[in-house]
Design a protein around this ligand. Structure first.
Ligand SMILES: [Zn+2]
Length: 113
């Protein structure tokens, strides 16, 4: 029994190491978005590529410089659009407010007993 338990423990440790190797393995494949090949041994690539570690999901995301640039552009666009939307929302809110004023008061039910 004891020897089996020991084996089990060793297995667990091996599993841990294997998991770490797998993490590293996942890092060295390709861009998550465009699947451009990533070469761990290429210093230039290592410098310019972006690694995003998601500890919660136990995942490593790898992005090539082109995709990161695109992503940043999208985020910038998104922010600008969001700002525009906020302005629009504010405007529609104000319109709604004036509308609300013409709607009768919903408290009128209180008079019923
Ligand atoms: Zn890419």
């Amino acid at each position: 029994m004891k020897s089996i338990k020991n084996n089990e423990h060793q297995k667990q440790e091996k599993k841990d190491i294997k998991q770490k190797i797998m993490m590293f393995d996942r890092l060295g494949n390709e861009c998550l978005t465009c699947h451009a090949p990533f070469d761990k041994m290429n210093k230039e690539q290592v410098k310019t590529w972006t690694v995003v570690v998601r500890e919660k999901e136990n995942k490593i995301h790898l992005y090539c410089p082109t995709c990161i640039e695109k992503a940043q552009q999208i985020i910038k666009d998104f922010k600008e659009r969001k700002l525009n939307e906020q302005v629009k929302e504010k405007a529609s809110e104000e319109i709604q407010e004036t509308k609300d004023g013409s709607i009768g008061n919903p408290d009128s039910d209180n008079t019923k007993t």
